[in-house]
Design a protein around this ligand. Structure first.
Ligand code: ATP
Ligand code: MG
Length: 350
């Protein structure tokens, strides 16, 4: 694939795509091939909204630059290819000198900025969890008293029909009690033993499939050469189960989930660098996380479901933290991806 020579794009360190008037890729420079991990050849002729999972922002930017003949910049957008998700800013410039072309320049948003933001969030979440745990403790005690008193009262009631009311008190107290128990649950000690991650994934897969979702496919994309991980078997199952169950619920059982394992090398997690980590991606093709709560899904009690408690991801995140790892999410309509990184050499656990 020949680049438009007069532009001299081959040597630019900025990732550049050139589109023709039909928004098909004419050319990707080496920096773009590097960034997005595709070859110029493989994307040539492909409409740009098929190269990337559609975000709205990309197509809107190209169309408005083309229509107006002026450059257009989108400052922070999420783009996904089949392999990965990227935070970029994008400038689209029309080039109408020889033939109508569009020049797309992608700048990856500084990783350090993202890390700093993540660290702040992690700290904030630690405070929140602490606060919540204390609150849960405080609620549990009087709750026992309320329930006990309602039971005593029930025995003294002159009319059995009045028991309807004491039963409401008892049932609601029980419901609150079990919510508080879930809030307090993640404090269990982490027990480490060698774990085969694929065995964990298979277990979750069969647990979910046993629920007989018609129209649900759970695809495996395993790197079978992965070594065993020192981890807490039960917690690992819970992490994966909570994420997968959310995906199934979001898709209402209709769609595809991919479980993908890889080795990640030289990763920094919680300020420590690790030579090797397990990278687990759980990808679904459901509707995506509702925009209004996208930034808060790991916070406790954040839910979009009528009967949800909003604790599934909080618990998953707590368990991942026990292993010195990280959990992250990228979500667009049609592709939601949770990435869990767990280091292989994490020794000083709580
Ligand atoms: N794969 C997904 N696709 C779309 N939305 C998701 C996905 N995963 C999570 N979410 C959103 O994140 C919210 C929080 O998830 P979380 O598991 O913490 O709580 P929940 O599922 O609502 O309740 P619980 O898990 O406690 O029963 C969900 O209510 C949902 O809106
Ligand atoms: Mg959930």
């Amino acid at each position: 694939m020949q680049p438009p020579h007069h532009l001299g794009l081959e040597h630019l360190s900025t990732a550049v795509l050139v589109l023709d008037r039909n928004f098909r890729v004419r050319y990707a420079n080496p920096a773009a091939e590097n960034l997005f991990e595709f070859s110029s050849k493989s994307v040539a002729g492909t409409p740009v909204n098929q190269v990337f999972v559609e975000t709205g922002g990309l197509v809107a930017a190209t169309e408005s630059a083309f229509a107006s003949g002026a450059s257009y910049t989108e400052h922070e957008m999420t783009l996904a290819t089949a392999a990965n998700t990227y935070q970029v800013s994008l400038t689209v410039s029309p080039l109408f000198d020889v033939e109508p072309l569009l020049l797309l320049e992608f700048y990856q948003i500084d990783k350090h900025l993202k890390i700093a933001r993540e660290e702040r969030m992690q700290l904030q979440q630690q405070y929140n969890r602490e606060l919540l745990r204390n609150l849960a403790h405080e609620i549990k005690n009087p709750l026992g008293g309320i329930r006990g008193a309602a039971q005593l009262l029930e025995h003294e009631l002159p009319k059995p029909a009045l028991r309807e009311y004491t039963q409401v008190i008892i049932k609601e107290a029980d419901r609150l009690q079990s919510l508080m128990d879930r809030l307090l649950a993640p404090s269990r000690m982490t027990k480490l033993a060698p774990v085969n991650v694929h065995e964990v994934l298979e277990r979750v897969r069969s647990l979910i499939l046993a629920e007989h979702w018609a129209g649900l496919a759970i695809r495996r994309d395993y790197d079978t050469s992965l070594p065993e991980l020192m981890a807490d078997h039960e917690q690992l199952i819970q992490i994966v189960l909570n994420i997968v169950r959310n995906a199934v619920q979001a898709m209402q059982g209709q769609g595809e989930i991919t479980l993908r394992t890889r080795i990640a090398r030289h990763v920094t997690l919680v300020k420590k660098s690790h030579r090797m980590a397990l990278e687990l991606k759980i990808i679904d093709n459901g509707p995506g996380i509702p925009e209004a709560i996208r930034e808060q899904i790991f916070y406790p009690l954040v839910t979009s479901k009528e009967d949800g408690t909003g604790l599934g991801l909080t618990i998953a995140q707590t368990y991942v933290a026990h292993h010195g790892g990280s959990i992250d999410c990228d979500s667009l309509s049609g592709r939601t991806c949770f990435t869990v990184l767990l280091p292989y050499n994490h020794l000083n656990l709580h």
